[in-house]
Design a protein around this ligand. Structure first.
Ligand SMILES: O=P(O)(O)OC[C@H]1C[C@H](OP(=O)(O)OP(=O)(O)O)[C@H](O)[C@@H]1O
Length: 272
C-alpha cells in the first residue's frame, strides 16, 4: 500500500534519528513505503534541507548501487552555547560544593534530557575524527560516555579503578591522582580496544587531571590513538595540572567555602 508523502516524511525522519551513522539504502525506504526511488529521493531532499536549517544534523547521500543515505547528528553552536549557559546558571544556584573542591553532579548526570543534549554537544565536536571508541572511567563518567557513544555510533569502554574477574585479562597503569597526590591504579579489559583505535576520552569532572592522564597512558599501552578529551566540568587546580589539551563544557570559576557557593561559567569548548 502506498504511503502519502506527509506520513513518509514523519516515519523516515524518526527512522533516521534512530539510526545515526548507519548507511540506509534508498531501496529500504522505497520498500518500506511502497514508493518509487525518485519519490524517496525527493523526500530525503526535504529532510536534508530541514535537518540542515534546524541544526539537527547532516544527511549525506552516498551514490551508486551500494549507496544510500547516512544521518550524522549535530547541533548548532548557538543551541549548544545557550544550553551550556543554562547549565552553568543552574550549577551556580544550587548547593553543590563538596569537600576538596569537588562539585555534586550525580543528580544532573542521571537526567536523560541533559545526557541527550550533552551527548549531542560533545559528539558534535568530533564528527570529523572517525572515533572508534569513547573511553571513560567508572563511575560518574559512564552516563556521559554512553550518550556520546550513541551520537557517534561508537562503542564506549569503561576503565575501572578496581580489578574485576568479569573483565578478563586487563592492561593496567598507575597514575598520580592530582587531587589526592596519591599513586592510583586503573585498568581496562584487553578485549576493549584494538591497536590503532581512535579513542575519545570523556569524563564528568576534571580537577588535577590525573584521572584523564591515566586514561591517556592506557591508550598508549593499547597502541591506540587519542583523538580528543572532553570533560563535562572542570575546576581550578592550584598545582601543576597533568593535562593541558582538553575541552570542558563548564568551568567552576570560583569556590567560596565560607558561603559554600560556587560560580560556574561555560568552559573552553567554544574558545576558538
Ligand atoms: O582530575 P582528577 O583530580 O583526577 O579528578 C577527577 C576524577 C575524580 C572523580 O571521580 P571519583 O568521584 O573519584 O570516582 P567515580 O567517578 O567513580 O565517582 C571524577 O569523576 C573524575 O573521574
Amino acid at each position: 500500500m502506498k504511503v502519502r508523502r506527509s506520513e513518509r516524511l514523519i516515519d523516515m525522519t524518526q527512522y533516521l534519528l534512530d539510526h545515526p551513522h548507519d548507511l540506509i539504502p534508498l531501496t529500504f525506504f522505497a520498500a518500506r513505503y511502497g514508493s518509487a526511488k525518485s519519490s524517496i529521493s525527493e523526500d530525503l531532499a526535504i529532510v536534508k534541507k530541514t535537518f540542515k536549517e534546524r541544526g539537527t544534523g547532516f544527511l549525506e547521500t552516498i551514490p551508486g548501487a551500494a549507496g544510500g543515505v547516512v544521518f550524522t547528528p549535530s547541533i548548532t553552536d548557538e543551541e549548544a552555547q545557550e544550553y551550556i549557559e543554562s547549565l552553568a546558571e543552574r550549577l551556580s544556584e544550587e548547593d553543590r560544593l563538596l569537600p576538596g573542591g569537588y562539585v555534586y553532579l550525580s543528580d544532573m548526570l542521571g537526567q536523560p534530557d541533559l545526557l541527550r543534549k550533552v551527548g549531542r554537544i560533545i559528539a558534535a565536536q568530533y564528527l570529523d575524527k572517525n572515533v572508534d571508541a569513547v573511553m571513560t572511567v567508572a563511575t560518574k563518567g559512564v552516563p556521559i560516555a554512553q550518550a556520546v557513544s550513541y551520537y557517534l555510533n561508537a562503542p564506549f569502554v569503561i576503565v575501572r579503578r578496581d580489578s574485576k574477574i568479569t573483565e578478563g585479562s586487563t592492561v593496567s597503569v598507575n597514575y598520580v591522582s592530582g587531587s589526592s597526590e596519591r599513586i592510583e591504579k586503573m585498568e581496562l579489559s584487553k578485549r576493549s580496544l584494538k591497536r590503532g583505535s581512535k579513542v575519545l576520552i570523556v569524563d564528568d569532572f576534571m580537577k588535577g587531571g590525573g584521572t584523564v592522564n591515566g586514561m591517556k597512558s592506557l591508550i598508549e599501552e593499547f597502541e591506540a590513538e587519542l583523538v580528543g578529551i572532553t570533560v563535562f566540568a572542570e575546576s581550578k587546580f592550584k598545582g601543576e595540572r597533568a593535562i593541558d589539551d582538553y575541552n570542558s563544557l563548564l568551568f567552576v570559576q570560583d569556590v567560596d567555602t565560607s558561603t559554600k557557593t560556587i560560580t560556574v561559567v561555560p568552559g573552553n569548548c567554544f574558545d576558538n
